[in-house]
Design a protein around this ligand. Structure first.
Ligand code: SAH
Length: 248
């Protein structure tokens, strides 16, 4: 009997190991497949953005049981969502020129930390990628996610950091920023974010209530700025923590 128990437990361990290999292996291939699809449909035209999205496996950032590679936003708890892959791709491309090695980037409403991790890979160890999120549990979760990802060394060396705070105030410590991304819709562009944008810097921010536009803000070298609308979007609101937990 003992021998049979031994054989049985050994084979179940082997089965489990194989299954895990299979899952993780296919996960990476499916992440690559997602990126290839976005390229095929013309959402991603930048080679650099494709590389970064291949490097950061999206499955590490979504809650267990959530289909990671489907092109749709997903619930992450606390009335928040992770944006759809095509929105992440679009924002990375809009900010690409301002995400060069050594540059500073702020991610307001960093949620799962997915995009902050992508930004960190782009600006590299000489740069700074800063996430601000007002739900402490999401920040704790985001740190765990990043630690499993290819951006883990950047978190360790401090070039990537994730903070609990009201993102409407920005994060002055590492300002001014070459790039600012806002992952929640503001009724108007918060002044502190404009102030923390570097001359020559660019901000991507959804603005509006029911009808929202993804705005691109560019600060000129003389400190003046321009705003244009890129496309219509639907994001969760940039609001107070209380309003969000109440369900807006
Ligand atoms: N970009 C992230 C999350 C998008 S959802 C991702 O793709 O994973 C928008 C996020 O903004 C939510 O996590 C929400 O909690 C956060 N948020 C909303 N208002 C905020 C505020 N005032 N300050 C900081 N974070 C805020």
């Amino acid at each position: 009997v003992m021998r049979w128990i031994y054989v049985f437990s050994l084979s179940s361990v082997l089965f489990y190991v194989c299954l895990q290999r299979f899952w993780t292996g296919s996960g990476i291939n499916r992440n690559k497949g997602m990126v290839e699809n976005l390229q095929r449909y013309g959402v991603i035209s930048s080679k650099k953005v494709a590389e970064v999205m291949e490097t950061i496996d999206r499955a590490l950032f979504v809650p267990a049981g959530t289909p990671a590679y489907v092109d749709s936003p997903m619930q992450i708890g606390y009335n928040a969502t992770i944006s759809a892959p095509h929105m992440h791709a679009a924002c990375l491309q809009l900010l690409e020129e301002n995400l060069q090695p050594g540059m500073h980037v702020l991610d307001v409403g960093s949620g799962t930390g997915y995009l902050t991790a992508c930004f960190a890979i782009m600006v590299g160890p000489e740069g700074r990628a800063v996430g601000v999120e007002h739900i402490p549990e999401l920040v704790t979760g985001a740190i765990k996610n990043v630690k499993k990802s290819a951006a883990a060394p950047l978190l360790k060396d401090g070039s990537l950091s994730l903070h609990v705070g009201d993102g409407r105030l920005g994060w002055p410590e590492f300002a001014p920023y070459d790039a600012i991304h806002v992952g929640a819709a503001a009724s108007e562009i918060p002044q502190p974010l404009i102030d923390q944008l570097k001359p020559g810097g660019r901000m991507v921010i959804p603005v509006g209530n029911i009808f929202q536009d993804l705005k691109v803000v560019e600060k000129k070298l003389d400190g003046s700025f321009t705003v244009r609308s890129e496309t219509s979007v639907r994001y969760v609101p940039l609001t107070s923590k209380e309003a969000q937990l109440r369900g807006f």
